[in-house]
Write a protein that binds this ligand. Structure first.
Ligand SMILES: [Zn+2]
Length: 428
């Protein structure tokens, strides 16, 4: 009896599992075909956005192009949400779950020369963080999923966000009632990363580090040099596992290393504190000691000011001490919902090339993302999508002067994330 039950159970489970992966495979194959059909048009859009970059809060042209494209697909569109934010709503023919996808649209001020043929026409502004590609992938996903309307059991929301670089766009859209307009059960998004074109990376919980700046106030002291040395010693005491000596690029370049980089279980980017800068200065009779650092562990982030205060109060500088506080955060890490990260990883692995999906075992330093503000309201997952191609001499490390993207990653991004969103919307 017992054995029979197990056999039945196994048969049923196998049937469910294979039905699941059949759905994945068939919808993926259909989406692959639909993506192939629009790929050239997506490349055209991406190049147009690249030629006409707009800095944070000035994404007028970009947002108009986005809104127009979504309207032409038949989506319900809201514009000027929290600045130049655009929201597109795609309702499936059947009822189901509600999934949001977010893309950002802004470019960056830089005087470094563009490395591509379709150069920026706006002097001093370039897409060196890949948001032109993010926007294009978002439009591509909206396009193929609008063709899946009949199979769609639920609603998909597309958020095209302004001002990510200033870390204000997500907050502004939320403040302007984003979550009154849309009620997603889950939210997803991506950033171009330095991996090879099409490689998808993800990690549960913190994807990056916490970036913090401390401001410690003292009464004017006669021996400021001594105070500075004392404070430097305290701050250096927190450094663990990774040291920043000189250029940050020495560290950043290691994140893609196959031995010690993020995709290796033995990565050095686990449990670390990097001291970015620290120093003393005096302003209007008050002495300030400022320090900025990256920390992987939120518990440590919370305890560091208390520990520093304790050490100061136990020193000869105790009478000079006034206060210690964190400056307003300008940057932070997405925190990926562990359950959804697991489901998303399984879903993507079920249809995607196994070599092109890699979990991360460490937290990427020096990256920041305001996607975290959505995740404070709705559980979600943020991915890296690789855009480099060594053979073609393309490096997609964000914010570097030579930043470029192998455009084939647009295709991979649309295919895989459109399938993921469809699966999540239709899931029970
Ligand atoms: Zn970016």
């Amino acid at each position: 009896m017992k054995t029979q039950l197990i056999v039945i159970f196994l048969l049923v489970t196998t049937a469910i599992l294979s039905a699941q992966s059949d759905t994945n495979t068939s919808s993926y194959q259909q989406i692959v075909k639909q993506t192939d059909a629009i790929y050239n048009s997506l490349v055209k859009i991406r190049r147009d956005l690249h030629r006409n970059p707009e800095i944070s809060k000035q994404e007028k042209r970009t947002s108009q192009i986005v809104a127009e494209y979504l309207k032409n697909l038949g989506l319900e569109v809201k514009t000027n949400v929290g600045g130049h934010g655009v929201v597109g709503i795609l309702k499936g023919d059947k009822k189901g779950r509600k999934i949001a996808w977010r893309a950002d649209m802004d470019a960056i001020k830089t005087d470094e020369a563009d490395v591509v043929d379709f150069k920026s026409k706006n002097k001093g502004i370039r897409h060196i963080c890949g948001h032109d590609v993010h926007t294009t992938i978002g439009l591509g996903i909206a396009n193929v999923l609008s063709q899946q309307k009949e199979n769609l059991e639920g609603t998909i929301y597309f958020i095209f966000q302004p001002a990510e670089e200033t870390f204000t766009g997500a907050k502004d859209m939320i403040k302007d009632g984003l979550f009154d307009i849309i009620k997603p059960d889950e939210i997803y998004g991506l950033h171009i990363g330095p991996g090879p074109s099409g490689e998808i990376n993800v990690k549960a919980n913190e994807l990056f580090t916490y970036q913090k700046s401390l401001k410690i106030k003292f009464k004017p002291s006669t021996n400021e040099k001594e105070l500075e040395n004392f404070m430097n010693t305290i701050l250096k005491g927190f450094v663990r596992n990774i040291e920043q000596n000189g250029s940050i690029w020495d560290i950043i370049n290691k994140i893609s290393d196959s031995e010690i980089g993020l995709t290796n279980k033995e990565t050095i980017f686990k449990d670390y504190f990097i001291l970015q800068g620290a120093g003393l200065n005096t302003d209007k009779g008050v002495t300030f000691y400022n320090a900025s650092f990256l920390e992987t562990d939120v518990k440590k982030v919370n305890s560091i000011p208390l520990e520093i205060k304790k050490q100061i109060l136990n020193s000869k500088f105790k009478d000079a001490f006034i206060s210690i506080e964190y400056s307003k955060d300008y940057s932070g890490t997405p925190i990926n919902d562990p359950k959804l990260t697991k489901i998303a990883s399984q879903t993507i692995s079920s249809f995607y090339n196994k070599e092109m999906f890699k979990l991360l075992y460490g937290q990427a330093p020096y990256f920041g993302e305001d996607f975290l503000f959505y995740q404070q309201k709705v559980p979600g997952v943020f991915f890296f999508l690789g855009g480099s191609n060594i053979e073609k001499g393309i490096s997609s490390m964000p914010h570097t002067p030579n930043f470029a993207v192998d455009e084939t990653t647009i295709k991979y991004g649309v295919q895989s994330f459109a399938t993921l969103i469809l699966e999540r919307t239709n899931s029970k």
